[in-house]
Structure formats: structure tokens, C-alpha cells
Design a protein around this ligand. Structure first.
Ligand code: ADP
Ligand code: MG
Length: 338
């Protein structure tokens, strides 16, 4: 049984990035306005995520890290209008199975915060009062302590640096879609990256990518019924030099479905086609660097399936063709048709 548990957990939580993602999403589901992420030794020794959200009710504490416990849905119908990032009750249980977890939490009704130490099965083994304000702090220590091969794999300095970069990119994605959120990333006690609270998506893009990159972006909106699709975001102006829009060396494409950062190959491919065409018309530089894009696609929750992969970054869209057509109509209005 232990082995089965370990195996299934190690599939949900495959790297430091997954842990951070799950903890951030829990903080966002708890309506936090401030999130601090602290890593030690690239997260392998310690990952701490602190928020100022609603906290965990004392009654919910014993079950919080049990497999399939979630406070977020209570019946099947809830899945139809899901607006939380989490709903499967898998993350905390899986993280407990492969590390040492301490959760400190305080709701608005509690006088003090309480610190809970969990065991491999997600059971609470000890608790004591502590001194934190409202919100929740989850501390994950010695990740993969019982998966030595995986720990070894992630310990190489190349892999560590890659992971840290991915964590930063992920936090950027949430920082852009949640302008009001204040977020910090600390590594080995040094500030690595941060974003202040701002008022809208454009200001969030400026905060994350810099004013120079964002100056060449145009806002766009598309709304339609049957099927119901809304698309909004920012694309580079057609007359901007699409080859140098991004000052960074990596892709800065932020695509969301219902506020959830996703990887969607078909959408990306479509966008790249139009960019390539527009870039070609505007510049003689042959090297094509991929520019900035921010696009949030809103569809009824019942028409999205995010359960394709455990990390929920790949989504199945019920009306994929209609969504692609809608994206294309936005691209045509900006860059012209073929
Ligand atoms: P899920 O997010 O799918 O519900 P998790 O295993 O991620 O499952 O979390 C289990 C439960 O623990 C959540 O449903 C929630 O009640 C509680 N919880 C976890 N993290 C937080 C947090 N940062 N703030 C408030 N509640 C939390
Ligand atoms: Mg969760």
C-alpha cells in the first residue's frame, strides 16, 4: 500500500514546480491578496508558500491532506460551474507522501494560528499554537526524501537552475492574470523576483515584463454567443517589429482558459502563423523570435476538461474548433488575412 501511494503521488508531484503550482493555486482559491514563495536549495530542502487568505477551518484541518478530500466541491453539479483552481483534493495528500509537511493556518474567527505537522499519510501528528496572522503557510521540506533517484536527478545544478526559472515563469503567469495579487519569490533568503499589486492586466504586464515590451501591445476583445466564447488580452501591434518585441530570450506567451494558465499547442500554432506572416511583411530579418502575447479565453466551465494531465496545464475544450475560429478572427482583425 505504501508503495502504491508513493507511486501515485510521485506522478502528481513530479518536480518542485508542481509543488509550487499546487500551493499557489490553493492560496488563490483561498482569496489571498498576498503570496510569498520561499525556496531553499532550489526548493529541494524547503518550499514555503505563505498567504493571507481565508485560512483553514479547524473542522476541516484533520481531513485537509487526506486523499480526495476537498472543501471546494460538494456535489457533481459543482463541477459544471467550477471556478476554483483545485477540486480533486489530491495535492496536499500527494505532497505529504514524498516530503515533510507543516501547515500553519488561521481563519478570521481564530484568536491565534495553529501549526500542524503531518505524516506521510497526511495525518496530523502534532499541533501547537503559533504567532502568524490570518492565512495559511505550507512548508514542504526534504522533497523526494523517499525517492532518491528523483532527488538526485533534480539535484544537478543545471536542472536546479532550470526549475527555478520555471517557477519564476509560472509565478509570472499568475501575476499577470491576477493584477491585484502581490507576490514574491525568495531563493536562499535573497529576493529573486516580485510583483506589486496593480489595477489591471496591462499594468500587470508592465510590472512583469517591463514597460518597453508592453508599449508595443494592443488590447483586444472578442465576445460571441453559441457557443459562448470570450477572448481578451494583448497582442503585438501589427506595425511593431515582431522580431524584437520580446527583450527576453524565452517565449513570453501567456495563454489562459478561464484564468488558468495552459499549454495549448493548436492555439499557439495558429498565433505563430499569423505572427510569422506579419513579421515577414514588416522586417527583413529572417530570424524569428517569438514575441509577447497574453490571451484569456473564457468559456462555460462545463465545456472545459482540465483533467487531461495531473498538473491541469493541458485542457480539452468541448468547442475547440469554435475557439480556434474565434482566435483566428481576432488575429485576422489585427494582422489581416492570408
Ligand atoms: P484541492 O485544492 O483540490 O481542494 P488540496 O489537496 O490542494 O485539494 O487541498 C485540500 C484542502 O485543503 C482544500 O480543499 C482546502 O480546504 C485546504 N487548503 C489547502 N491549502 C489552503 C490554503 N492555502 N488556504 C486555505 N485552505 C487551504
Ligand atoms: Mg489544491
Amino acid at each position: 500500500l505504501e508503495t502504491v501511494r508513493l507511486l501515485s503521488s510521485s506522478q502528481v508531484i513530479t518536480c518542485v514546480l508542481n509543488v509550487v503550482k499546487e500551493l499557489i493555486e490553493n492560496s488563490l482559491d483561498a482569496s489571498s491578496s498576498r503570496i510569498e514563495v520561499k525556496l531553499e536549495n532550489y526548493g529541494l530542502d524547503r518550499i514555503e508558500v505563505r498567504d493571507d487568505g481565508c485560512g483553514i477551518k479547524t473542522a476541516d484541518v484533520p481531513a485537509m491532506a487526506l486523499k480526495h478530500y476537498t472543501s471546494k466541491i460538494s456535489c457533481h453539479e459543482d463541477l459544471e460551474h467550477l471556478n476554483t483552481y483545485g477540486f480533486r483534493g489530491e495535492a496536499l495528500a500527494s505532497i505529504c507522501a514524498i516530503s515533510e509537511v507543516v501547515v500553519t493556518t488561521r481563519t478570521a474567527d481564530d484568536d491565534v494560528s495553529t501549526q500542524y505537522t503531518l505524516d506521510l499519510n497526511g495525518h496530523i501528528v502534532s499541533k501547537r499554537p503559533s504567532h502568524l496572522g490570518q492565512g495559511t503557510t505550507v512548508c514542504v521540506m526534504r522533497l523526494f526524501k523517499n525517492l532518491p533517484v528523483r532527488r538526485q536527478y533534480y539535484s544537478s545544478s543545471k536542472k536546479c537552475k532550470e526549475e527555478l526559472k520555471k517557477v519564476q515563469d509560472l509565478l509570472m503567469a499568475y501575476a499577470i492574470i491576477k493584477p491585484e495579487l502581490r507576490i514574491t519569490l525568495t531563493h536562499n533568503k535573497a529576493m529573486f523576483w516580485q510583483k506589486a499589486k496593480v489595477s489591471d492586466h496591462r499594468a500587470a504586464l508592465v510590472a512583469v515584463l517591463g514597460a518597453a515590451s508592453v508599449a508595443s501591445l494592443l488590447p483586444f476583445q472578442h465576445r460571441q454567443e453559441q457557443p459562448q466564447i470570450a477572448i481578451e488580452g494583448y497582442f503585438p501591434k501589427p506595425d511593431s517589429d515582431l522580431n524584437s518585441t520580446s527583450s527576453s530570450t524565452s517565449d513570453k506567451t501567456f495563454i489562459y482558459v478561464n484564468n488558468r494558465p495552459v499549454h495549448h499547442k493548436d492555439i499557439l500554432k495558429l498565433v505563430k502563423q499569423y505572427y510569422a506572416k506579419a513579421a515577414h511583411a514588416n522586417s527583413d530579418s529572417a530570424s524569428h523570435r517569438f514575441p509577447i502575447l497574453m490571451m484569456n479565453i473564457t468559456v462555460p466551465a462545463s465545456s472545459v476538461d482540465v483533467n487531461l494531465t495531473p498538473d491541469k496545464v493541458q485542457v480539452l475544450l468541448e468547442n475547440k474548433d469554435a475557439v480556434l475560429l474565434a482566435v483566428e478572427s481576432v488575429l485576422i482583425s489585427l494582422y489581416g488575412s492570408y
